[in-house]
Design a protein around this ligand. Structure first.
Ligand SMILES: Cc1ncc(COP(=O)(O)O)c(C=O)c1O
Length: 382
């Protein structure tokens, strides 16, 4: 859905329309200079051959150090698998643990790829519906109710795409208490860990001793270091899981790009100056677009604590008529906004929440100002 909308926006732009695109799932900042330099040096030094399947030793050590330093997770470098983006890490992990007929629990709104990847490994997604009133957070009771004999895993992300919510340490501990009494894995997707606001703290479920063997921690360099195109993600887990996921990777893609691995190493051992500047700018934009969206009549929206999306509830406008056609869902509203105002947002249905749309603020402030004006006008006409 996200990519389809981005493609539509590009097409309209190519046709000469003045389109504002709020669909980006990636930071709009260049990769920091010292990371690019490390990649150039890797090429010049001829690090251009296959590497060990699981990733070069220096990078796996840097990841293990990062996990210890920032997340209180204890992994040997041999418990780290470097892959072609966190997306690939998630797929490798699911492929490693799931058998046909297994169930994987996913709280909605979810990242679009989770249910699809679960289906690709012949397992069945089991969706937990969270509510806006509960800040889109799954409760321990909901999780408990969703667990059956067939449950293999839970997959969740915090900070969340699409809602921007962040589970607190207490909330994660309460969920972990359910996990500790059940036979399931947890895929903890922490890709937006660094894009976090208002003094909110990120907490890794794997740091809880009672469940650390259950948790597969997923992360990567795409969002924190503006490195989406470099395709480096990683997971840390107990040895058997890493060994199985490594086999999957070995027979499908082999190692992630040797050059990108050197770039990721520079990212993980380098300074956070660029990251801090990026999150400061994202915070400014979040405040702007959040205020703009919530000032529109009938729209409610949770104030995001992380990532770079707002996820407004547009149900107030569902049922309105435009040119004789009834807007039946967030999908129709997204289409209306493209047709009438040339502003592109992603419908919530792809995230399992049809009354919502996702707005990415990974675009310039000028674009956001233009977008705010068009959204205000578009909804006012309804
Ligand atoms: C929640 C979530 N997990 C994982 C990913 C994948 O990131 P990567 O670029 O590392 O594959 C994304 C990218 O949009 C995401 O939003």
């Amino acid at each position: 859905m996200t990519l389809a909308l981005s493609a539509l926006a590009k097409k309209l732009k190519a046709e000469g329309f003045d389109v504002v695109t709020l669909t980006a799932g990636e930071p709009d900042f260049p990769t920091p200079f010292h990371i690019k330099r490390a990649a150039i040096k890797a090429i010049e030094d001829n690090f251009t051959t296959y590497t060990i399947n699981a990733g070069i030793a220096e990078l796996r050590k840097a990841i293990a150090d990062k996990f210890k330093r920032e997340n209180n997770l204890s992994f040997e470098p041999s418990q780290i698998l470097v892959s072609n983006g966190a997306k690939h890490s998630i797929y490798n992990a699911l492929k490693a643990i799931c058998n046909k007929g297994d169930e994987v629990i996913i709280p909605a709104p979810y990242w679009v790829s989770y249910p699809e990847m679960v289906k690709l490994v012949d397992a069945t997604p089991v969706i937990i519906r969270t509510t806006e009133e509960n800040n889109f957070k799954m409760t321990p009771a909901q999780l408990k109710r969703a667990i059956t004999k067939k449950t293999k895993a839970l997959i969740y992300c915090s900070p969340s795409n699409p809602t921007g919510i962040v589970y607190s340490r207490d909330e994660i501990e309460a969920i972990a208490a359910v996990v500790a009494n059940a036979d399931l894995y947890v895929l903890s997707d922490e890709i937006y860990e660094k894009v976090i606001y208002d003094g909110t703290e990120h907490f890794s479920m794997g740091a809880i001793p009672a469940v650390n063997d259950h948790v597969i921690t997923i992360n990567g360099v795409s969002k924190a270091f503006s490195m989406t195109g470099w395709r480096i993600g990683y997971l840390g887990a107990k040895k058997e899981i890493v060994a199985a996921a490594e086999k999957v990777q070995s027979q499908t893609t082999s190692n992630a790009s040797s050059i990108s691995q050197h770039a990721a190493l520079a990212a993980l051992i380098g300074s956070d100056i660029d990251l801090n500047a990026m999150t400061a700018e994202f915070l400014r934009r979040r405040n702007f677009i959040y205020d703009a969206v919530t000032s529109i009549k009938g729209i409610s929206c949770i104030k995001p604590k992380g990532a770079f999306y707002v996820f407004p509830n547009v149900s107030h406008y569902i049922g309105r008529k435009v040119k004789g056609k009834t807007l039946k869902s967030g999908d129709d509203i997204a289409q209306y906004l493209v047709d009438e105002e040339r502003v592109v947002v992603v419908p919530g249905s792809g995230f399992g929440a049809k009354d919502y749309v996702r707005i990415s603020y990974a675009c310039s402030m000028q674009e956001l100002e233009k977008a705010a004006e068009r959204l205000r006008r578009g909804f006012a006409k309804l």
